[in-house]
Design a protein around this ligand. Structure first.
Ligand code: G3D
Length: 179
């Protein structure tokens, strides 16, 4: 029976895994969500509240929430965290001035009790823009090496072309399959 169940899960996929995308406004969260879904860049509008989509990677299903990142909405991020398996922090690699705010938000959410077992994916977006910060500069600014409590991964990407996003989905899949 156990073997049959395992075979059925391999064919049909298992339950949905909850993913939450956070990051400051204009970082590219909504563009990434729809690039995950359609493999195309879509025209976006500021997210008031949230967008949610089901994204399948082979037979693994993610329910992905994109939450508004404006200052006034960040306090509500916490209310989305229960049962979250992966948090994606999107960083605008051209926005040097607000990187310290992203760092503070990252380390704040890492302390949240609902996220103690969550994997953390940091997407260094807008790599197509000349002069954008590199992954290594962003890693340093966010002090990623100090994170020992969570499994994390940083990935350079461009949401307009989709570059870097398949590798991100592969990492997400490996995380939930491992757990
Ligand atoms: P948000 O959901 O984090 O607020 P959006 O961000 O997805 O709405 O994107 C904000 C703006 O950044 C959009 O431009 C979008 O096209 C642009 N953008 C997103 N990702 C990239 C990227 O990788 N490279 C570049 N160059 N731009 C990107 P507009 O002009 O519509 O405001």
């Amino acid at each position: 029976m156990g073997l049959l169940l395992a075979k059925m899960m391999a064919v049909f996929g298992d339950r949905e895994h909850k993913v939450v995308i956070i990051g400051l406004d204009n970082a590219g969260k909504t563009t990434i969500l729809y690039q995950f879904l359609t493999k195309e860049a879509v025209h976006t509008f500021p997210t008031i509240g949230s967008n949610v989509e089901n994204i399948a990677v082979r037979n693994t299903h993610f329910l992905v929430w994109d939450i508004g990142g404006q200052d006034s909405l960040r306090a509500s991020w916490n209310s989305y965290f229960s049962n979250t398996e992966i948090v994606i922090l999107v960083v605008d690699s051209t926005d040097r001035e607000r990187l310290t705010i992203s760092k503070e938000e990252l380390h704040r959410i890492l302390a949240h009790e609902d996220l103690q077992k969550a994997g953390v994916l940091i997407l260094a977006n807008k790599q197509d823009v000349k002069g954008s910060l590199t992954v290594s500069e962003i890693s340093q600014c966010l002090t990623l090496d100090s994170i020992t409590t969570h499994s994390w991964h940083v990935q350079a990407c461009c949401a307009l072309t989709g570059e870097g996003l398949p590798a991100s989905l592969d990492w997400m899949r490996s995380q939930v399959v491992a757990n």
